[in-house]
Design a protein around this ligand. Structure first.
Ligand code: UT7
Length: 311
């Protein structure tokens, strides 16, 4: 059994507003805010890579963990937008942070990626295959966005979030609850061919997200032994505020904070959950030890979620 020890995040400095996008395609601030909920998103510099952003977030998480690079023996990165295939992003992060010999892998389940890598790290630690892991979600979606397509280019942003994961102390409440993961195989979201651009059948994904996911998120609570009314926060993938509100309503939350980092960061796919969680914790909005429901969903169509204790 394992827990999240610390978190960190990184966002590029360039802010792209809805008004900026209205100069590029036929759209407007009101439509984007009403239909998706986004006000701004961050866009990486041309020479800034997924590995650079992943490393920046990981460095912050490691710095606040009390551990050093020498303690990390697993690095796992969720990403669907890394252009370079090899070395993988995890190995590049390890090299940059001076982590000498970790197990290093990337995992691509698009927007559900962070909950997938968090689960695999938890499983590796529980099985004795690792002691301390760096788990990262990082995306440069601006590289694979068609900037002439108003149905997609208004949605996505760049950034990274990271967590240091370590073994629970004896007798401690489980820091990372059992994962509920799976897929509903479909071509509704595609990043394919060469050169790839994100394409999606927005309405069908919207329907799936607002109908299929709440029962699965409830399963994650049940498997963790935490009632939805006990949750301190709900941090779903940041795809659309209407989806977030729709799922949250069906969960029957009490006073839980509902993460809506999408408003300022857009949809950052695998980075969205750790980015939103790290910001909540940085602002001191969730007490240490409080239960938080993470739930990712997207391309594949894949989903994964678990209840974690806030570091
Ligand atoms: O992160 C991975 C998971 N992905 C998701 O969860 C995405 C789920 N889907 C959604 O969030 C929404 O379907 C979108 C935000 C992608 C689109 O919102 P929508 O309310 O489903 O819009 P729509 O595609 O049904 O389009 C409605 C209208 C259309 O015009 P007509 O045909 O009614 O005249 C579009 O052409 O809005 C038009 N439209 C726009 N108008 C202004 C589409 N994009 C824009 C735009 N600005 N950017």
């Amino acid at each position: 059994m394992s827990k999240i020890l610390s978190l960190g995040h990184y966002q590029p400095s360039r802010v792209l507003t809805n008004d900026d996008l209205a100069q590029m395609v036929d759209t407007n601030d009101e439509w984007i805010r009403d239909r998706v909920g986004i006000a701004t998103r961050r866009i990486a510099a041309p020479d800034e890579t997924v590995a650079d952003m992943a490393s920046a977030a990981a460095e912050k998480a490691l710095a606040s963990s009390g551990l050093t690079a020498a303690d990390i023996d697993l690095v796992a990165v969720a990403t669907t937008s890394s252009i370079d295939r090899c070395p993988n992003v995890a190995a590049r992060v390890a090299a940059k942070l001076g982590i000498a010999a970790p197990a290093a892998y990337d995992l691509n389940t698009a927007c559900s990626g962070f909950s997938y890598v968090l689960a695999t790290a938890d499983h590796a630690i529980t099985a004795g295959a690792a002691r301390n892991a760096l788990v990262i979600g990082a995306e440069k979606l601006s590289d694979i966005t068609d900037w002439t397509d108003r149905s997609t280019c208004i949605i996505f942003g760049d950034g990274a979030g990271a967590a240091v994961v370590t073994a629970d102390a004896a007798g401690e409440k489980a820091g990372i609850g059992p994962v509920v993961w799976g897929s509903a195989p479909s071509e509704a979201i595609r990043i394919e061919g060469w050169r790839p651009y994100i394409q999606q059948e927005g309405q069908s994904v919207f329907r799936w997200a607002t109908t299929a996911l709440a029962p699965l998120a409830l399963q994650a609570c049940e498997r963790a032994g935490v009632a939805p009314t006990e949750l301190a926060a709900f941090v779903p993938h940041q795809a659309n505020t209407r989806i977030i509100d729709g799922i949250a309503k069906r969960l029957g939350l009490a006073d839980a904070i509902i993460a809506k980092d999408i408003i300022e960061s857009g949809n950052t796919s695998a980075a969205s959950v750790p980015l939103a969680l790290s910001k909540l914790v940085e602002r001191g909005e969730v007490p240490s030890g409080a239960p938080v429901l993470l739930f990712g969903f997207g391309g594949g169509l894949t989903y994964a979620g678990q209840v974690v204790r806030c570091p």
